[in-house]
Each structure stands twice: as C-alpha cells, then as structure tokens.
Design a protein around this ligand. Structure first.
Ligand SMILES: Cc1ncc(COP(=O)(O)O)c(C=O)c1O
Length: 236
C-alpha cells in the first residue's frame, strides 16, 4: 500500500477543491477533517490511515457492483488498450453501439428503441426534457410545461434542478428555472383540467423511490397509474 500523507492531502484539498452541496467555510475550518479514501474492494473502502469502512450507501448509490470489481476492471483495461476516448459527434465506436443495443434489448415491445448517451444523471434528465420540448415544438404544439413530484430530486444542472425540490436545489432567480409544476401525488395529477393538461409536455418521476427526499417509496400502483394517465392524456 502506498504511504499517504493525510495532513498534506487535507491541506491541499482545502486549498484547491470545492465540494458539492457543501458549506466551504465549515469544510475549511481547522478542526474539520474528513476521510481521505484511497482504496476500495467490494463493499469496503479504506482511508489513508488504513482504516476500513463499509460503503453502506454504495458511494451515494452509484457503485452498485462494488469497488474494484474484477469483471468491470478487466473490461475497462481491455477498452483502454484500444482507445480511451473518441468523440461521438460525427463518429461512432463499437463499445457504444454494443451497449446501446443491449440497453434497447431490455425494453422489448416498447417505443424505447434508441439510446442517447449523456454524462450523468443530471445531464440525462436535462437531455430528456429538451428532447421532450423539441418533440412538441416539431409538432407545433403548445405543450411546454413539465410536471414533477414534490420533494423529488432529478439532479443539479439548471433544468433538472427546476424539477426538483425547491428548498434544496432551485435558485431564486426565475431566469434559471424551467417551466415546471410540482404535484404532491397522483391524485393532484389526475385532478388537472383539460386546459391545464393541454400545456403539459411531460411528467418526470423517480421510480420506484424518491431517494434524496428520504427514501420515500411510492405507494403500490402509483407508477402504473402515472403511466396510464400519460397514455390517456398523450403526455410524455
Ligand atoms: C433520481 C435522480 N435523478 C438524477 C440524479 C442526478 O444524478 P448525477 O448526480 O449523476 O448527476 C440523481 C442523483 O442522485 C438521482 O437520484
């Protein structure tokens, strides 16, 4: 195991790094010392002082297969030995094509037949709302508003944040906000009038659980009811 100088790393972090959703005055306070994580194996993480921890939330639900997974590491090494990165604009590459095909195969007999690759959850949502907006514009439709569920979290790019819980992520300046309406549950959604529905481009929902809101599971049948409502009202 390489020797890590924990004190130096913490000092350099405080000097050069901004952390997300973090009060940097608190973070940079002299008494504030966070873990310097240097290794991971399976569900365990090790810090720079050699202590081990269970990664109980899978690095905030992004590491579902565990750290240093031999199969994933081998696939990454294999790809690195071919090429580390190619542009997707005007070009293609075999790994992405194969991956898209595998994703589409998960959704047989649905209209989900093509994949648009994005960088992360936030920009995935950002792309989805822009695609939905463009879909209706191309049909010369007046549908432009998005329905989101109260307390939801969809990411921290400007469009995704507009859909999320106001207290957590929205800026006060309306210049940044997308036209979103928040509903508390399916009953509120189903009470919308035909005139209101005529302006709705799409409904965005976290299935099957609102994670950042505190692991709130939808009551049984909610997703099916939302899906059916969208089909009935011709909403994306
Ligand atoms: C439901 C949901 N959507 C979007 C995001 C944003 O993803 P990312 O952090 O990869 O941008 C998250 C992140 O936790 C999420 O839980």
């Amino acid at each position: 195991m390489p020797e890590w100088n924990t004190g130096e790393l913490i000092a350099a972090d405080k000097r050069f790094v901004w952390h997300p959703f973090t009060d940097m005055r608190e973070w940079c306070a002299p008494e504030h010392e966070r873990l310097v994580l240097v290794e991971g194996r399976g569900a365990l993480l090790r810090d720079s002082n050699g202590r081990e921890y269970i990664d109980g939330n899978s690095s905030i639900w992004t590491n579902i297969h565990g750290h240093n997974h031999p199969h994933i590491n081998a696939a990454i090494r294999r790809q690195l030995s071919r090429v580390a990165h190619t542009s997707f604009l005007g070009c293609m590459n075999p790994a992405a094509i194969e991956f898209a095909q595998a994703i589409v195969a998960l959704f047989p007999d649905t209209p989900l037949t093509k994949v648009f690759f994005s960088d992360d959850g936030s920009t995935g949502i950002e792309v989805a709302i822009r695609v939905a907006d463009q879909y209706w514009r191309l049909r010369r439709s007046r549908r432009y508003q998005f329905i989101a569920f109260r307390s939801g979290y969809h990411g921290d790019t400007a469009g995704a944040a507009s859909l999320g819980a106001a207290s957590m992520f929205q800026t006060r300046s309306s210049r940044w906000n997308f036209p979103a309406i928040q509903v508390s549950d399916f009953n509120t959604l189903s009470a919308l009038t035909p005139a209101e529905i005529a302006k709705i481009a799409a409904v965005v929902i976290e299935p099957p659980i609102q994670g950042a809101a505190g692991m709130r599971v939808w009551t049984s049948g909610t997703l099916r009811a939302v899906r059916d409502w969208c089909s009935r009202t011709d909403t994306l």
